[in-house]
Design a protein around this ligand. Structure first.
Ligand SMILES: [Zn+2]
Length: 498
C-alpha cells in the first residue's frame, strides 16, 4: 500500500492508493482532518495523520473481537448481516456474525455490509465486520478501478464527500469509480477519474436537453500509448445518458502539429439573431406561427385555443405563446397536439403543460414523456420545473376528433410510417389544411421536390391522405416553406409533373 498526497490547483488534495482498503483509511483521515482544521493546509501534517491512521487500522485488524454473549433474538435468525448493518444494530450484527452468516454476502450491485457500515459512519460496526472476516478488498459496481477517494480542499476546509464510500453506493447515480477529482467550470461540476499512473481514465459531467432534462455524458480514455513522449489514449468512447455516441480509435498523435481551425471572420462576427415569431393567417380562426425552421398552428376553438405542435424549446414556446395570445386574445390554451416524440418536435411541450394545457399525443408516447419529464432539470430549469405540475394527457390510438367553436381537427395515427413509430397527422376539414411533423418539407422556390430527402416519407404522407379520403387543399407542416398547395406534395412524389 502507498499513500501519496497530490496538490490539485492548490485547492484539492487527492489521495491515491493501490488498495481498496484505503477507502477506510481515507474515511478515518477525513474524520480526523475535520476535527483538526488548523492543520488542513499542510500536506506534511496530512501525511503524518494518514500514517498514524493507517497504523491504527493495522492494529485494529489484529484485534480479536470479543463477541457479545447476549442471547440471539428470535428476529436475528431471519436477518442477513447486511440488513443488520443497514438497521445500524451492532448487537444484531454481532449476533449474525456469531451465527456464521456470510459477512461478505454482496447485494446485487456488489455492495457489501462493510460498504454500508462505512457509509453510515459506524466505526463500531466496521470494526465488528472486519474482525468477523469482512473482506476489505471487495468492490461493488462502482469499484472497477483500484483507487478510491475524492477530497476537495477549499478555503474553509475539506468539502465535497462527507462519506467517501458514498461513491460506491447505488443511489449515487453519477458516481465515478476510481480516484476522482472534481473541477467546477462555469458552475458545472466535471469529475475526472485517474488511474494509478495519474492518467485520465474517465470524465463525466451533466448536460441537458429540452425533452429529457439532465443527462450524464461519460467519456472514457483507454489504451494509452506513447507518441513521441506524449501519453495519449488510443481509444475514446463516449456515452450520453447511457447510449453510445462516440467511439474513436486513434492511430497516431502528432504533438504540437500546426492546424488552422479558425472560424471565418464573418462567422465569428455574425450576431446571434434574436428569436422572432412570424404570424400568418391560414384560414378563418387558424394561424401559422413561424420561427427559423419551425412552424406550428394555433386554432381558435371558441372558448379556448388548440395549439398544433409544441416544438423547439421552452424559449420558443414562451415566445410563440406570447404571439398566440396577441392573435387570439383572452382565451386559454387548453390543448397542445404533439405529432411525434422527436426532440425538435417535443422540446417545447412542457411550457404548454406549465400553462395548464393538456398534451394530445399517440398513446405510446405518453409513458415516454411521463418518464422523461420526471427527470431532474438542474442544468437548465424550464417553465415546468420552476412551477411543477403533473402533465395531463389525452391519447390517440388510431384516430381522434377534436371540435369547438365551429372548428374540427382530425388526428390520424400514421401506421407503418418509416419516420417515427408513433406519428400523428393533423387535418382540418373545411379549409382542407394538413399538418405533419416530418416527411416532406416544402422547399422555397418553384421546384416542389424536397432534395433534402428521398420521397418515401412524402409517399407515406400521401397514403394517409388518400386512405382516409381527406380533401386536402393546403399543406402547412412543421418545417419548410409552407403553406403550399396540395399539388406540391403530388409533384414532389411524381404524381404530377414538376
Ligand atoms: Zn421527426
Amino acid at each position: 500500500m502507498f499513500v501519496r498526497p497530490i496538490c490539485w490547483e492548490k485547492k484539492a488534495l487527492l489521495f491515491l492508493a493501490n488498495d481498496f482498503s484505503l477507502l477506510y483509511h481515507l474515511f478515518f483521515a477525513y474524520k480526523f482532518l475535520r476535527q483538526n482544521k488548523s492543520q488542513l493546509f499542510s500536506p506534511f501534517c496530512v501525511c503524518v495523520n494518514l500514517l498514524y491512521l493507517v497504523r491504527r487500522l493495522r492494529s485494529l485488524t489484529r484485534t480479536v473481537l470479543v463477541l457479545s454473549l447476549a442471547p440471539a433474538s428470535v428476529a436475528a435468525d431471519s436477518v442477513s448481516v447486511v440488513e443488520a448493518v443497514k438497521a445500524g444494530n451492532l448487537p444484531l450484527v454481532q449476533t449474525s456474525i456469531k451465527q456464521r452468516k456470510d459477512v461478505n454476502q454482496p447485494e446485487p450491485d456488489g455492495t457489501t455490509s462493510l460498504h454500508w457500515a462505512v457509509q453510515q459512519d459506524r466505526l463500531d460496526i466496521v470494526e465488528a465486520l472486519i474482525s468477523g472476516g469482512a473482506n476489505v478488498n471487495t468492490k461493488n459496481r462502482y469499484g472497477a478501478a483500484d483507487e478510491i477517494g475524492c477530497f476537495e480542499m477549499r478555503e474553509d476546509g475539506i468539502t465535497g464527500l462527507a462519506d467517501p464510500s458514498g461513491l460506491f453506493l447505488s443511489e449515487r447515480a453519477a458516481a465515478v469509480a476510481g480516484t476522482c477529482v472534481t473541477v467546477t467550470v462555469e458552475g458545472r461540476e466535471f469529475k475526472a477519474t485517474l488511474n494509478a499512473q495519474n492518467l485520465v481514465e474517465r470524465v463525466s459531467y451533466l448536460s441537458t436537453n429540452d425533452v429529457i432534462g439532465d443527462y450524464l455524458i461519460d467519456i472514457s480514455y483507454s489504451e494509452y500509448g506513447d507518441f513521441g513522449g506524449i501519453k495519449f489514449p488510443r481509444r475514446i468512447v463516449q456515452t450520453e445518458d447511457g447510449q453510445p455516441t462516440l467511439d474513436i480509435t486513434i492511430s497516431n498523435v502528432l504533438p504540437n502539429a500546426a492546424v488552422a481551425i479558425d472560424a471565418p471572420a464573418n462567422v465569428q462576427q455574425a450576431p446571434t439573431p434574436a428569436l422572432r415569431v412570424a404570424v400568418e393567417k391560414l384560414a378563418d380562426g387558424v394561424w401559422y406561427f413561424t420561427t427559423p425552421n419551425a412552424r406550428n398552428w394555433a386554432v381558435d376553438f371558441g372558448d379556448h385555443i388548440v395549439v398544433v405542435e409544441g416544438q423547439g424549446s421552452d424559449e420558443r414556446s414562451l415566445l410563440a405563446i406570447e404571439e398566440i395570445k396577441k392573435t387570439i386574445p383572452n382565451k386559454p390554451i387548453r390543448y397542445v397536439i404533439n405529432t411525434h416524440a422527436h426532440y425538435d418536435h417535443a422540446g417545447g411541450l412542457r411550457t404548454y403543460v406549465a400553462q395548464g394545457a393538456t398534451v394530445v399525443t399517440h398513446e405510446m408516447n405518453k409513458p415516454f414523456y411521463e418518464k422523461a419529464w420526471s427527470r431532474p432539470r438542474t442544468i437548465a430549469p424550464d417553465s415546468l420545473s420552476k412551477a411543477p405540475k403533473p402533465a395531463v394527457f389525452e391519447t390517440v390510438s388510431d384516430k381522434k376528433m377534436m371540435s369547438g367553436g365551429g372548428k374540427t381537427l382530425e388526428l390520424y395515427y400514421m401506421k407503418g410510417t418509416s419516420h417515427n413509430m408513433y406519428n400523428l397527422f393533423v387535418f382540418m376539414p373545411g379549409p382542407g389544411l394538413a399538418f405533419w411533423g416530418d416527411g416532406y418539407n416544402p422547399p422555397e422556390g418553384n421546384d416542389p421536390r424536397d432534395v433534402g430527402r428521398t420521397p418515401e416519407q412524402a409517399i407515406e404522407l400521401y397514403r394517409v391522405i388518400t386512405m382516409n379520403n381527406l380533401d386536402v387543399k393546403t399543406i402547412a407542416p412543421a418545417h419548410g416553406a409552407g403553406p403550399k398547395p396540395f399539388d406540391n406534395l403530388k409533384k414532389a412524389i411524381g404524381l404530377l409533373p414538376p
